[in-house]
Design a protein around this ligand. Structure first.
Ligand SMILES: [Zn+2]
Length: 88
């Protein structure tokens, strides 16, 4: 087995596969409706942390979770990564 493949962030993966997170996502989608909270799109909507876990955001607090369409999730992820790289 190639060992370098295992260098991926294991912890983050297991969190997003956890029962607690899935249950929370299902609840939020049921409560808010399965649509992007920024534009209302229903394109591949996923629940996402507003403040990412690695930036100290709360894991299972609904107030730290928003529903984003595919496009807004991609934008948000890129912006968070850029901000982190700059150390802001
Ligand atoms: Zn959107």
């Amino acid at each position: 087995m190639p060992s370098r493949v295992a260098a991926a962030p294991k912890q983050a993966e297991s969190f997003y596969q956890s029962r607690e997170w899935r249950v929370l996502c299902a609840e939020i989608k049921r409560e808010r409706g399965k649509a992007c909270e920024r534009c209302g799109s229903t394109d591949r909507v996923i629940a996402d942390h507003i403040i990412e876990r690695k930036d100290g955001g709360a894991d299972l607090d609904k107030r730290n979770v928003e529903l984003l369409c595919h496009r807004h999730h991609a934008e948000k992820t890129a912006a968070a990564r850029a901000a982190r790289a700059k150390g802001v």
